[in-house]
Design a protein. Structure first.
Length: 268
């Protein structure tokens, strides 16, 4: 029935294009249906549709939260609990607009955007500022007694503060560990089908670790007791960099991977 209605409305080509994820055909169908001769004229229409989709999603989320709040209030009243004073009104108009804009950026984040983001990361990790910060961090480790996994945590914090945070915000993600985790999931998903993204992500992992040349010795000392085990550790470290995309999980058991796909070795 739905297909027959769409056919009567002239939307059947659009439905087929949607099911096939054929966006070229979808563009043609929209232009034909709207009487548009130049596809660039679709942009205001698509921008408006995207904004409306995000607005409706926000309204639906707000409705669900309100329903949960009412349910909690009823539970508290039934049990004679004192209700908390209502929270302040929502974000002001400017802050709400900023959130919607970041949500819009995330909605249109695709392989091209991921490639641009990874290129920005690579450029910043090659900068003199980051090199100085890496040297400073390495100097602070001297005599600290920190283990390999703790140093990896320090590197992750440094990257988030000086590189990842600013880049995340630029592409619509929150500049914190939550935004980093969200980006990791996106990059991991895109890497499965896009070899260039996977290779670029691996390049960034190697680039960051290259600023801390003494880490390999720390990892071997933490996990190896013989030359044979040293060889195994070297192989594992290569596997970590070569096969684990940003946010991916290494197949071996052990401590959880860091925000950049690095997994510290299992300490004995």
């Amino acid at each position: 029935l739905a297909g027959s209605i769409m056919d009567l409305l002239g939307l059947e080509p659009l439905r087929h294009a949607h099911m096939a994820e054929d966006y070229g055909a979808a563009t043609t169908a929209l232009c034909d249906g709207l009487g548009i001769s130049n596809s660039i004229e679709l942009l205001p229409f698509l921008r408006g549709v995207l904004a409306e989709v995000i607005k409706q999603e926000e309204l639906a989320n707000a409705s669900r939260e309100a329903a949960r709040a009412r349910k909690g209030s009823a539970f508290s009243s039934y049990h004679g609990l004192q209700e908390e004073s209502p929270s302040p009104a929502g974000d002001d108009a400017l802050e709400a607009a900023g959130k919607r804009w970041r949500r819009t950026l995330r909605a249109i984040f695709n392989a091209e955007a991921a490639t641009a983001l990874l290129s920005d990361l690579a450029m910043m990790y090659r900068s003199d500022d980051f090199k100085r910060s890496a040297r400073s961090l390495s100097a602070r480790w001297h005599g600290s007694g920190k283990r390999y996994a703790e140093k990896m945590g320090d590197i992750e914090d440094l990257c988030l503060r000086e590189v990842m945070g600013p880049v995340l915000a630029r592409y619509g993600f929150s500049a914190d560990k939550k935004g980093s985790a969200e980006l990791r999931a996106v990059i991991a998903d895109l890497s499965t089908a896009n070899k260039a993204i996977k290779e670029k992500n691996t390049e960034i992992q190697r680039l960051v670790l290259a600023h801390f040349p003494n880490l390999k010795g720390d990892s071997v000392a933490a996990t190896s007791t013989s030359p044979e085990e040293d060889e195994v550790q070297d192989f594992i470290e290569e596997e970590i960099v070569d096969q684990v995309p940003m946010g991916g999980e290494h197949r071996n058991s052990g401590p959880p991977a860091s925000a950049y796909g690095w997994r510290p070795p299992v300490e004995q």
